[in-house]
Design a binder for this molecule. Structure first.
Ligand SMILES: [Zn+2]
Ligand SMILES: [Zn+2]
Length: 338
């Protein structure tokens, strides 16, 4: 019998289609073998020596040879960096001029690497750059919300192979983010607790959906997971904003993020994926009712008409089965595959 499950945080419903349930290994990506990437590409704007192909860096972490991590403005930004924000209201129509910040975080000088195979210290350096740019961009009075995300692979929407993430600071807060914050506030008003902290306690007491738990972070498959192997990484300490992460938490998160991505890489044969940091908007920093996290979404299935029409997802892999599968993957055993 299929089961409908309600997302505790957004109240959205998901259909767990156990009738057409797939075993996790059936979702391994079937595709033509791709040649391994070169360590350097002449035409890549993010490779060392090609810095002139990208706009001048806004942040650069030096290394002995050249640089370790670089943050550059996106050459083709979604929003424009300069100028004042102006709002327009015409009858029922609202608009703003497209002001915002669009950064690219170049995560390593090596064209061929991926987060799953970077040293933990390098991942920590990347997270430090995320945090630094998050704080700087959040301080811009024109910016209401900052989203940091990564697209890996064609199905996840990337056009460049070189390992990179992006940051977009927008002048408005989306209704999706607003609703998540409102739902968390409603829960807090009713029960006097952060629903994310509470869900974390429950998940650790009934650990069927826990992928891994470190000293400071926990990675879980959400109860009402909308897609196969969606994985959320929560800080154990209550924090509304990613900007509040401390140095010890950055190092711990680096190990957990690397480990989750390595398990997905080895278990599902280098799937395309997105991850995003879901933080409270700057104006809600420090609140007791919201709790930031990272959502990692492998792109194994396509969103189709039913999702489009109903806003409801159908998931063919139970999160408990996905968690068990990922728990049993030891990434140490596997190296990069094409
Ligand atoms: Zn490159
Ligand atoms: Zn919390």
């Amino acid at each position: 019998m299929p089961e409908l499950r309600q997302n505790r945080f957004t109240k959205e419903w998901v259909i767990m289609a156990t009738e057409r349930a797939k075993r996790p290994e059936e979702l391994r990506v079937q595709r033509e073998a791709r040649p391994p990437l070169p360590q350097y590409s002449e035409t890549c704007p993010f490779c060392p020596g090609n810095e002139r192909l990208a706009p001048p860096a806004v942040l650069e972490i030096p290394s002995n040879e050249n640089w370790q991590v670089r943050v550059v403005p996106n050459k083709f930004p979604a929003l424009s960096r300069e100028g004042p924000l102006t709002r327009k209201i015409e009858r029922s129509r609202r608009s703003l001029n497209g002001i915002g910040i669009h950064d690219v975080i170049v995560e390593t000088p090596d064209h061929a690497l991926t987060t799953a195979f970077l040293p933990v210290e390098q991942v920590a350096e990347i997270l430090r750059c995320y945090r630094r740019r998050y704080t700087e961009v959040s301080a811009d009075p024109r910016i209401a919300h900052v989203t940091i995300f990564k697209n890996h692979g064609v199905a996840a929407g990337t056009s460049l192979e070189h390992p990179h993430a992006q940051l977009i600071g927008t002048p408005v807060i989306s209704s999706q983010v607003r609703n998540r914050v409102y739902e968390a506030l409603r829960h807090y008003d009713e029960f006097g607790e952060c629903i994310f902290c509470e869900a974390l306690i429950e998940d650790l007491e009934e650990p069927a959906r826990v992928v891994l738990a470190s000293e400071l972070f926990v990675a879980v498959e959400p109860f009402a997971s909308g897609s196969p192997f969606a994985t959320y990484i929560y800080p154990r300490r209550h924090m509304a904003s990613f900007g509040d992460i401390n140095p010890a938490e950055i190092i711990d998160l680096a190990a957990v993020l690397k480990s989750v991505l390595a398990k997905l890489y080895v278990g599902l044969q280098n799937p395309d994926f997105n991850y995003a940091i879901r933080t409270a908007p700057h104006e809600n920093a420090g609140v007791l009712y919201y709790h930031w996290y990272i959502s990692v979404i492998p792109r194994l299935t396509r969103v189709a008409g039913f999702e489009l029409g109903s806003g409801m997802f159908i998931n063919t892999v139970l999160p408990e089965a996905a968690a068990e599968f990922l728990r049993n993957i030891n990434p140490q055993g596997g190296g990069p595959v094409a």
